[in-house]
Ligand binder design. Structure first.
Ligand code: UT7
Length: 319
C-alpha cells in the first residue's frame, strides 16, 4: 500500500479581541455595508499586545496534538507558514518546537504569504513520503494586524489574526494527501507586497495591494490549481466532498465555485468571522469544518489558496 501523509488531528486558535466592521467604520472612511457587500467579512480577531505569532501557533498545535492523540515526543518535523514571524530570525517554528518540548527533527518556516499553508503541507508531505520524517506539525499562524496600514481602508478592513494546525502522519493506506500543486509567478510581485524588510529598508513595512488585479488573478489561478490537483489524482471535481479555500473574499469563493460548477454548500466559508488571516485561514477553516461535523474521516477535501508572490496552489486529500 502507498505511503501517504494523513491528517490525524486538527486545531486552531483565535485571539479573544473581536474587531467588528462597525468599530472599523468609526475610525476609517468605510461602512459595514461596503465591507459585507464587497468581501463578506463581518468581523476579525486581533492579537493582544503581548500575543506573538508563536503564541497563536503553539495554542493551535497543542489542540491539534490532543485531537490526534499524539504527544510532542512523537513529532519529528515542525513547519510553520507565516508572513508575520516573531522576529526576522530564528524561525517562529524554532520557538514552537522549544515551547512544545519537541525533542527531534527539524523546524522551519515557510514564506508564501496567503498560500503558505498549502506550500507548508506540500513540503511536509514530501518529507513524510520520502520517510525523512514520520509525524509533522504543519501550522499556519499570523499576526497580520501588525503589518496592516490601519489608515488604508483598501486593506485594513480585510485582514485578521489567528492560527490553525494539523498533525500529519506517514501511514500506508487509502487516506492522506492524494496530490499537491504549487506555483509562484514572481513577475506579479508588486500586486501584493509589504513595503519594508530587513535588507531593503530595515523596517517591517506595511501591506500594499492592487486589490482588483489580485482578485482577477485569484479566480483564474485558484480554479486552475484545483483542477490540476484533481487531475494529478485522477479525481473529478464533483467527487470532492468539501472545498476548504483560503478566506480572502466571499466573492472569490463564489466566483471559483461558479466557474467550476461547484455546489456552494460544499465550500467551507469562515470569511465572515475570521476575515483574511493569510497562512492561517485554510487550517482555521478546516478545523471549524471538522469540529462542527461537516468534514468526516474518509471525506475527500480540496484545499486551495493564492497570495503574495504571487503564489498559489491546491492540496487534495482524503481525511
Ligand atoms: O489573500 C491574498 C489574496 N488577496 C485577495 O485575494 C484580495 C483580492 N481583492 C479583493 O478581495 C477586492 O479587490 C477588494 C475587497 C480588496 C476590493 O474590492 P473591489 O470590489 O475590487 O473594490 P475596488 O478596489 O474596485 O474599489 C471600489 C471602490 C473604490 O472607490 P471608487 O474609486 O470607485 O470611487 C474604492 O476607493 O470602493 C472604494 N473602497 C472602499 N470604500 C469603502 C475601497 N475600499 C473601501 C472601503 N470602504 N474599505
Amino acid at each position: 500500500m502507498t505511503l501517504r501523509s494523513v491528517v490525524t488531528g486538527v486545531g486552531s486558535y483565535l485571539p479573544k479581541r473581536v474587531l467588528s466592521n462597525q468599530e472599523l467604520s468609526r475610525q476609517l472612511d468605510t461602512s459595514d455595508e461596503w465591507i459585507i457587500e464587497r468581501t463578506g467579512i463581518r468581523e476579525r480577531r486581533i492579537a493582544g499586545k503581548d500575543e506573538k505569532t508563536s503564541d497563536l501557533a503553539i495554542a493551535a498545535a497543542v489542540e491539534a496534538l490532543a485531537h490526534a492523540g499524539r504527544d510532542a515526543k512523537d513529532v519529528d518535523l515542525v513547519v510553520v507558514a507565516t508572513t508575520t514571524p516573531d522576529l526576522t530570525f530564528p524561525a517562529t517554528a524554532a520557538r514552537v518546537q522549544a515551547a512544545l518540548g519537541i525533542p527531534a527533527g527539524a523546524a522551519f518556516d515557510i514564506q508564501a504569504v496567503c498560500s503558505g499553508f498549502v506550500f507548508a503541507l506540500t513540503t511536509a508531505d514530501n518529507f513524510l513520503r520520502l520517510e525523512q520524517a514520520r509525524c509533522a506539525l504543519v501550522i499556519g499562524a499570523e499576526t497580520f494586524s501588525r503589518i496592516v496600514d490601519w489608515e488604508d481602508r483598501t486593506t485594513a478592513v480585510l485582514f485578521g489574526d489567528g492560527a490553525g494546525a494539523v498533525v500529519l502522519e506517514a501511514q500506508r493506506g487509502e487516506r492522506g494527501v492524494l496530490s499537491t500543486f504549487i506555483r509562484t509567478d514572481g513577475r506579479m510581485h508588486d500586486l501584493l507586497y509589504v513595503d519594508g524588510g530587513p535588507s531593503q529598508t530595515q523596517t517591517t513595512g506595511k501591506v500594499r495591494m492592487s486589490g482588483n488585479a489580485v482578485f482577477r488573478q485569484a479566480v483564474e489561478h485558484i480554479s486552475g490549481a484545483m483542477l490540476e490537483a484533481c487531475a494529478r489524482a485522477g479525481v473529478s471535481i464533483d467527487q470532492v466532498d468539501w472545498f476548504v479555500p483560503h478566506q480572502a473574499n466571499q466573492r472569490i469563493l463564489d466566483g471559483v465555485a461558479r466557474k467550476l460548477g461547484v455546489d456552494v454548500d460544499k465550500v467551507v466559508s469562515t470569511v465572515a468571522q475570521h476575515g483574511n488571516t493569510s497562512a492561517a485561514s485554510v487550517p482555521l477553516a478546516l478545523d471549524v469544518a471538522v469540529r462542527d461535523g461537516r468534514v468526516k474521516k474518509g471525506d475527500m477535501v480540496l484545499l486551495e489558496a493564492l497570495g503574495g508572490g504571487l503564489t498559489w496552489g491546491a492540496v487534495l486529500l482524503r481525511m
